[in-house]
Design a protein around this ligand. Structure first.
Ligand SMILES: [Zn+2]
Length: 398
């Protein structure tokens, strides 16, 4: 009995706190309207949340009867959350307050040493130097956007095709021991779609797809207002859906995968091969020289026929892959990785045309498109947001 009452109280606290978070500044009367909880209970819950320093009263608004009502807000500075994303090249880490405001951000290059212990050490020191000077009791936790496959229950980074020999790394335990705060792992595309859903182009949209484009291809899915993880975190592997029978081998061991044809390394490989075979291009390239996605998009922007041609084929296949995802998940909006917009509109326009042509017209009729406004902040921001979400769902209890 006592347990049931406590659970009900916690549910009400969670609902009140989340409603304030999403509708602030808000009066008690409006809270009653939105939550359906009695005003007397709201007054009690608000009292507890104020005592804990989680909400503050700030400003007033005129009520219907002409009485001034004080407005409630989340006290952003009460607690903080850390978010971090890493891949083979860099680490981005940021600190947000309870209102998801970024307070600090840092970027570290991984460098030449890609050994597991060296990368984990760099991740740990990047995170700990960013939260220097902040008392541990004010930190709710660290969310990590992982470039590969994770076991989020156990906090293990299982595998990443981007980092050599990266397997079964107990990142959660290592960082928890080092930082003394809770650590949560999530796949980067899932973190990115969460960030768009809460703070970016998809704010308030309950059915969203975020398309990640870079060394790999993947998508993050919000369906009916919830992040889709799948049975064991594998939902959203758009890059390994089959789009061609041309036999291109993929790093996953299969062939004809979207990623093997359209991800940045595949595009770079095709351009190098074509130049070697004698094709004219603005990109001057010798065997061992690196070509970046930015160079390719820029050359296409300046009318480079080779780059235009290869990017156009990549756009075609990306469009096919995304059209399949649109038919499966019926999103209201598709958000493209900021990296897809580097070369101007032509690449995205081609993708959109294929999606509209290929997916069912009832699914594309009202489909919206956007380019991520969050860019490389999206991963760490989404990972930190998960820490905040959990805190708010628990009614603000540590
Ligand atoms: Zn594959």
């Amino acid at each position: 009995m006592v347990k049931t009452i406590r659970k009900k109280t916690e549910e009400k606290e969670s609902l009140v706190l989340s409603t304030i978070r999403e509708n602030q500044p808000i009066s008690r009367t409006k809270l009653k309207g939105l939550t359906g909880i009695r005003l007397a209970t709201i007054t009690d819950v608000v009292k507890r949340l104020k005592q804990d320093g989680l909400i503050i009263e700030q400003g007033r608004e005129e009520s219907l009867r002409g009485r001034k009502q004080s407005l409630l807000r989340i006290n952003g500075e009460r607690y903080f959350a850390l978010g971090l994303e890493f891949d083979a090249e860099k680490i981005i880490v940021l600190l947000i307050d309870l209102n998801s405001q970024i307070k600090k951000i840092g970027k570290t290059e991984i460098g030449e040493d890609k050994r597991e212990e060296s990368i984990t050490e760099r991740i740990a020191s990047a995170a700990s130097s960013l939260c220097e000077g902040i008392p541990r009791e004010k930190l709710l936790g660290l969310g990590i956007a992982d470039p590969g496959v994770v076991d989020s229950e156990k906090g293990i980074s299982l595998f990443s095709s981007l980092i050599p020999n990266w397997e079964n790394v107990p990142l959660g335990r290592i960082l928890n021991e080092r930082l003394k705060i809770p650590v949560k792992l999530i796949g980067a595309p899932k973190a990115k779609v969460m960030a768009e859903f809460r703070l970016g182009a998809g704010k308030g949209i309950n059915d969203l797809l975020f398309i990640e484009f870079g060394p790999g291809i993947a998508c993050g899915i919000i369906s009916e207002g919830r992040l889709l993880r799948g049975h064991n975190e594998m939902a959203g592997e758009l890059g390994h859906t089959h789009v061609s029978d041309n036999g291109t081998i993929c790093a996953c061991g299969s062939y004809g995968c979207l990623e093997a044809i359209t991800a940045v390394p595949a595009i770079v490989k095709k351009i190098k091969e074509s130049i070697k075979a004698g094709s004219e291009s603005l990109i001057k390239n010798s065997e061992d020289e690196q070509i970046t996605a930015v160079e390719i998009f820029q050359a296409a922007k300046h009318g480079d026929k080779l780059c235009l041609n290869i990017l156009s084929k990549a756009a075609h296949y990306l469009g096919l892959g995304i059209a399949n995802a649109v038919n499966l998940f019926n999103p209201e909006m598709v958000i493209f990785d900021q990296r897809m917009g580097i070369g101007g509109d032509f690449f995205l326009e081609e993708i959109k045309q294929v999606i509209k042509r290929q997916a069912l017209r009832f699914a594309t009729g009202s489909l919206k498109f956007a380019v991520s406004p969050l860019g490389e902040k999206g991963g760490p921001l989404g990972a930190a947001t998960l820490i905040l979400d959990e805190f708010f769902q628990s009614g603000g209890r540590m």
